[in-house]
Write a protein that binds this ligand. Structure first.
Ligand SMILES: N[C@@H](CCC(=O)N[C@@H](CS)C(=O)NCC(=O)O)C(=O)O
Length: 197
């Protein structure tokens, strides 16, 4: 059996959620990190002229969300049925609603508005939704890739100076700690290279 290869830069960026999914599922993969840009030979093979690229023998796939969803579907990590899959997709899509306005808030007034209004509005919904499903998983009765996407969104906020604001959400805080305590995730986080992005 061939080991899949994930090609990206030496950073978390658009590849980290894929790495987290593969790690959670205990799928061995080659974590190919480009350190000198995209070689021309590779660029010619990129379906959308961008990385990440995922190759696992049966498929060569670009677009980070498509790669994540493909792996999740293949390994029963996308939801137990059509309804759960749709709910998981909604969880996944909600992450962009939290992160995009953070990136767009570049001056002090916008950053303050983000911290006092946008974050509580959207992250408050995460807290309520998680609590309504029992507090451990966002959808159904086990982890899905949607949970890892929310974890990674929370990681982004934590590492962007908003850790204090997140303390007002106890269910999410416990969820965050629980994900980081999953043995293979904990080992991965400890070994993960420290990168600029
Ligand atoms: N929608 C794509 C975006 C991928 C993307 O923006 N890739 C950037 C790096 S984060 C890239 O390949 N940049 C190098 C280039 O365009 O030459 C995805 O989610 O995979």
């Amino acid at each position: 059996m061939t080991v899949p290869t994930l090609t990206y830069f030496n950073g978390r960026g658009k590849a980290e959620i894929i790495r987290l999914i593969l790690t959670y599922l205990k799928i061995e993969f080659k974590d190919e990190r480009l350190t000198a840009g995209v070689p021309e030979e590779l660029r010619a093979r990129l379906p959308y002229a961008q990385v990440p690229l995922y190759q696992d023998g049966e498929i060569t796939l670009a677009q980070s969300a498509a790669i994540s969803r493909y792996i999740a579907n293949k390994h029963n990590f996308a939801g137990a049925n059509a309804v759960e899959k749709a709910l998981v997709d909604a969880v996944v899509d909600s992450v962009a609603d939290v992160i995009a306005p953070f990136r767009a808030a570049t001056d002090d007034a916008a950053k303050l508005k983000y911290k006092n209004e946008t974050l509580p509005k959207f992250v408050g919904r995460w807290e309520a939704n998680l609590k309504a499903n029992g507090g451990q998983y966002f959808v159904g009765s086990g982890y899905t890739w949607g949970d890892l996407c929310i974890y990674y969104g929370l990681f982004f906020l934590h590492s962007s100076g908003l850790a204090e604001e997140l303390k007002q959400f106890p269910t999410l805080s416990a969820f965050y700690t629980a994900i980081e305590s999953i043995p293979q995730i904990a080992a991965y986080l400890q070994a993960r290279p420290v990168t600029a992005f």
